[in-house]
Design a protein around this ligand. Structure first.
Ligand SMILES: *Cc1c(COP(=O)(O)O)cnc(C)c1O
Length: 348
């Protein structure tokens, strides 16, 4: 089976498992797990931030960043396709008491102007705009890569207007692989930023949230409160360190695979692929012109051992990762193309 459902489908490699087994461990809660400390320092350095904290998930990174940098009744500004808005069970509202202004975007990327226009004018009657989040790369809108200059303008506008600026960098390193721009250049001057270890990097679990020392002190308090503090987490952190040594270079290959898939299915009847699709390791396309639902289309592919994900009524998402090689991409493309041709012929 070629599994393009998500880059979360990767399993730890034998090398990663060996690194985990050999990890030196202590007690994370008392800052004495050396491997976790090493991972946090390494990611903080990668992102050009002062400090980091190991989290069980990216979802907790987003939630904790919001909890630290807002108060109940505040508003956060995100894009309408974002993970924070759509797939975190409204944690920011349920736990943080904040409302969400979700900016309409074609591909998860809003303009600095749209952001500035969304900032509330201070008034007794209005929520306070407290935090802006940028998803680099975008997830449910097809792996779009944010332009560095736009990110910096948004960061600067946020600073001027008294908002905190956050990067949901679940796939930040895929953006780095796509552009050659360093992760610390993207994260420079942002108040909080994180990367996921369990996506393209191939770890079983984990993410590292970074910011300045005061932010991390407060983030630790929320991590503890939410039940995210661990004990011998070095077992997991070792996987992260292993991934940073061995699984970063292959992200460029993953990105290239998404573009290859796009090129191989482009022009198939009934598949609508947006211009600028597959900028990183995610390809989204619509099957609406075929007159079938995405769920039906995905089912037909699965019957031929190609797993893609229905992410909307007619939207399909295919995500490449380290367990998918070029022959796998070519086979996936053949199946998707043949299915489109078959359904299209039925309609004629
Ligand atoms: C996966 C993802 C998250 C959440 O990370 P988990 O580790 O799955 O909790 C947040 N944001 C984006 C953009 C993601 O793709």
């Amino acid at each position: 089976m070629i599994d393009l459902y998500s880059d979360t489908q990767t399993r730890p490699t034998p090398g990663m498992r060996a690194a985990m087994a050999a990890a030196e461990v202590g007690d994370e809660q008392s800052d004495s797990d050396p491997t976790t400390l090493a991972l946090c320092a390494r990611v903080a350095d990668l992102l050009g931030q002062k400090a980091g904290v190991f989290m069980p998930s990216g979802t907790m990174c987003n939630l904790v960043a919001i909890l630290v940098q807002t108060r109940p009744g505040d508003e956060i500004i995100v894009d309408d396709q974002s993970h924070i808005y759509n797939t975190e069970a409204a944690g920011s509202a349920a736990i943080g008491g904040v409302s969400v202004a979700a900016l309409k975007t074609p591909a998860g990327v809003y303009t600095p102007e749209a952001f500035e226009a969304a900032i509330r004018v201070p008034a007794r009657t209005a929520p306070r705009s407290a935090l802006v989040s940028i998803e680099q790369t975008t997830s449910f809108s097809g792996g779009s890569v944010w332009d560095l200059a736009d990110m910096r303008r948004i960061r600067d506008i946020a600073k001027t207007r008294g908002l905190k600026a956050h990067i949901d960098g679940a796939r930040l390193l895929n953006a780095v692989a796509a552009t050659g721009i360093a992760a610390k250049a993207y994260a420079e001057g942002f108040d909080s930023a994180w990367i996921d270890l369990s996506k393209g990097l191939g770890c079983p679990v984990g993410a590292v949230l970074c910011g300045d020392r005061d932010f991390i002190t407060q983030a630790w308090r929320w991590k503890y409160r939410l039940g995210g503090a661990m004990r011998q987490s070095g077992i997991l952190a070792a996987a992260g360190l292993y991934a940073l040594d061995h699984h970063v270079d292959q992200l460029a290959r993953d990105n290239a695979h998404a573009a290859l898939l796009r090129d191989r299915i482009a022009g198939a009847p009934g598949l609508a692929i947006a211009a600028g699709a597959a900028q990183s390791n995610i390809l989204c396309f619509s099957v609406a012109p075929l007159g079938v639902t995405a769920a039906r289309f995905a089912e037909a592919c699965l019957a031929q051992d190609i797993r893609v994900r229905a992410i909307g009524a007619h939207e399909i998402r295919a995500t490449t990762h380290l367990e998918v090689d070029e022959p796998g991409i070519l086979r996936a493309a053949d199946v998707i193309r043949a299915e489109a041709e078959r359904l299209s012929a039925l309609r004629d």
